[in-house]
Design a protein around this ligand. Sequence first.
Ligand code: NAP
Length: 284
Amino acid sequence: MQQERTDTFPQPLGLFDLSGRVALVTGGTRGLGRAIVRALAQAGADVIVASRKQDACEEAAAEVRRLGRRALAHVCHVAHWDEIDRLVADSYAEFGQVDVLVNNAGLAPTYPDPQGVTEELWDKTLGVNLKGPFRLTSLVGARMCEGSGGSIVNISSIGGVRPTHDILPYAAAKAGLNALTIGFADAFGPKVRVNAIMPGPFRTDISRHWNHDAFNERAKTFPLRRAGEPEELASAVLYFASDASSFTTGAVLAVDGGAQWSLAGGGDAVPGYTSIYDGKRDWT
Ligand SMILES: NC(=O)c1ccc[n+]([C@@H]2O[C@H](COP(=O)([O-])OP(=O)(O)OC[C@H]3O[C@@H](n4cnc5c(N)ncnc54)[C@H](OP(=O)(O)O)[C@@H]3O)[C@@H](O)[C@H]2O)c1
């Protein structure tokens, strides 16, 4: 029979403590990324915030400092590997370590139909959602292995496992990110854990371009009947980032209010199917 470890087992809430750790979050300026940055700082981590816009990074970094942590604002277009290399070099120069990496930056462009997907849209979607995380994980994961280890969290999407006709390049990229999660868990174990979270529909800038009538109809079929709020995603990131998930790697967790089990497939086969995307999203 297994022995009870009342004497040595850490207190559950203490497992989420990130004091003394450094986290790097891409796309940390708004939406889910901003909530993730805030939650990591509240748990005690210093945070490097990266996105394409310096002002936005500075603003998020200022919030981290107000919470009493150190912060670095760093411009980086994650699809550009030279910029990723600089981000990694500057992060280690500033803090000497990265303990948590959150590959969150992403975009989900809309298009009229599959034939209307341009090579530019395809390359950009795969670049930001897949190629960037591959490079950043390769570099940071290797440094974590040389050092004292770490945790990498990839923000994927339920689109990766429940693709519909209106998100094909995005779904392919996120399915690839799920595969990278498992592969990198193998590559960087045992010192580094790599996990992914698949958000369902969350209220962020992305949702400004939903067809809200279509979404509200669809949401009636979700087990939890609604979209998520960014803080509800950030708490799952805290779990994977911290020692609370010390025996979990290569896992892909849906945080979606159950939406993946009821999202309709698309096309003419589904009577009354209306895309929740309004086709107006700016993806440049
Ligand atoms: N919201 C949802 O319903 C939902 C559902 C499933 C999955 N997700 C995933 O969750 C993640 C965050 O989504 P979100 O809804 O929070 O998006 P969002 O509100 O549009 O925020 C996107 C973030 O990524 C940054 N970003 C965009 N392109 C970038 C690039 N090329 N290089 C670096 N940073 C870039 C943006 O900052 P800048 O503009 O300053 O670069 C911003 O900080 C994404 O990976 C997305 O695919 C979201």
